[in-house]
Design a protein around this ligand. Structure first.
Ligand code: CTP
Length: 432
């Protein structure tokens, strides 16, 4: 790390190889105020690939964003279908340009103050130094000048290089977690992703903030947004592990608990079309479903609504958490696939993956095998015939059509109709 310490030019060289890097470089050449900052510098110094380029400019981030997007060939109004666009956030003086394969975050250099713990910051124009001092962790508070006579010059807060070299996360001041308690979740995220450790005093400050109930000063929407980022980390289970060790998970909702082995088994059982983030959320919610005195379903829905999960995600996660154990019992009791019936057929695949994990955990091998077979094979079984075929064959319109289709489906699930359409039709006709 020491040899990289002052080598801002090497950072810029690597930046130019990244999507948008060359265009940023060209655009910055005409002006002396553009700096690469934040996660982008941190990752380039660590020889990791940044997820985006973070820039600061002296003022007017949106106009820089427009110039950049025109260089990148992105239409001024964006191209939602092509996956590209420009967005500006007036209050914070920030702008974002994205396109397939790249993303550049631009902010006007600013100083921040917090009118109350957990409130959104008040911002005013600031110097490079002030802009670095408002940030969350020392390793995220390094800036490199992109062009001009001082090109490659690095500015950093105290301890930034030392912490980067020693894999350490350290906040910049005593009130960091009080000002912005979402940093407690960011801490877990970076600890896991970068495989860093918290500096001792930072760990103490995090514990104090939690004990002081600081998370309650932030809106559920902001905490939910951070939690969603955490669940979409490259190794979300490691991030949840850190969240749990720090005591943040418990503070997010009473009963939330990480069972690492169950979560890993469930992830292993989930097919590619499943939603791993919602499956992990469901494993956390399992702890709430054991409360015999309360109303676990309501408690789960209230928590997920407060964190502003979309209705689709909320239903998927809470259905999996609530139904996994019931599904497990049914998977064990059914002697044939058709006996699995409606609850299994209607359950999201995440619920089946969780049931499989619980079955393995409890040593119920037969149920685990039945779940695995449902996930890999039986859930895809569909009839080739439809109600129209039965109408054409003379069955009158009405509930009988549905009943006959259901019976044909049961026989198909049990492997009794290998003959395709014809076999299905005669099974449906002879049923009842
Ligand atoms: N930041 C902060 N406090 C927050 C959110 C962000 O201080 N609650 C600062 C950090 O310095 C961070 C920068 O804003 O580096 C940009 O934030 P973000 O894009 O979320 O993170 P990155 O550092 O770019 O990290 P990554 O994208 O790799 O997660």
């Amino acid at each position: 790390m020491d040899e990289l310490r002052m080598d801002g030019r090497a950072v810029l060289e690597r930046m130019r190889e990244l999507p948008g890097g060359r265009e940023v470089s060209h655009l910055a050449a005409g002006r002396g105020d553009v700096e690469l900052v934040g996660g982008a510098v941190r990752d380039l110094l660590l020889e990791r690939t940044p997820r985006e380029l973070d820039l600061v400019v002296a003022e007017d981030a949106p106009s820089f964003a427009r110039e950049l997007s025109s260089r990148l060939g992105i239409p001024a109004a964006g191209d939602p279908e092509g996956g590209s666009g420009i967005a500006a956030h007036e209050r914070f003086g920030t702008a974002l340009v994205w396109w397939p394969g790249g993303r550049v975050d631009i902010a006007a250099r600013r100083a921040e103050s917090y009118s109350a713990p957990g409130a959104l910051p008040d911002v005013r124009a600031g110097t490079t130094e002030e802009d670095l001092r408002r940030r969350d962790f020392t390793v995220n508070a390094i800036a490199v000048l992109v062009a001009g006579p001082r090109m490659g010059e690095i500015s950093a807060v105290p301890h930034a290089f030392e912490d980067l070299a020693r894999s350490r996360l350290r906040v910049l001041h005593e009130r960091s977690f009080v000002d912005d308690p979402t940093r407690l979740l960011r801490l877990a995220r970076y600890l896991a992703r970068l495989e860093f450790e918290p500096d001792e005093h930072t760990a103490e400050l995090a514990a104090q903030a939690l004990a002081g109930g600081q998370l309650a000063t932030v809106s559920g929407a902001r905490i939910g947004a951070e939690l969603r980022l955490l669940l979409s980390e490259p190794d979300p289970l490691a991030a949840l592990g850190r969240l749990s060790e720090l005591g943040v998970l418990e503070a997010l909702g009473p009963g939330l608990r990480l069972q690492k082995r169950v979560a890993q088994r469930a992830l292993d059982a989930l097919p590619p079309d499943g939603h791993s983030d919602m499956l992990l959320l469901a494993t956390l919610l399992l702890g709430m479903s054991h409360d015999p005195t309360g109303d676990p379903e309501r408690a789960m829905l209230e928590l997920l609504d407060d964190l502003e999960f979309t209705a689709g995600d909320r239903n998927r996660a809470h259905a999996a958490a609530l139904k996994a154990q019931v599904l497990l019992d049914r998977l064990e009791a059914a002697r044939t696939p058709s006996e699995l019936g409606e609850p299994v057929q209607a359950a999201p695949v995440e619920a089946l993956a969780l049931a499989l994990a619980l079955a393995e955990e409890q040593g119920r091998t037969q149920a685990a095998a039945a779940a695995a077979r449902w996930i890999s094979e039986l859930r895809h079984v569909r009839l080739q015939i439809t109600g129209d075929d039965l109408l054409a064959a003379g069955i009158p319109a009405g509930p009988e059509i549905g009943r006959r289709l259901k019976l044909a489906m049961r026989r198909k699930l049990d492997g009794e109709l290998p003959g395709g359409r014809e076999a299905e039709l005669s099974a449906a006709m002879e049923a009842l």
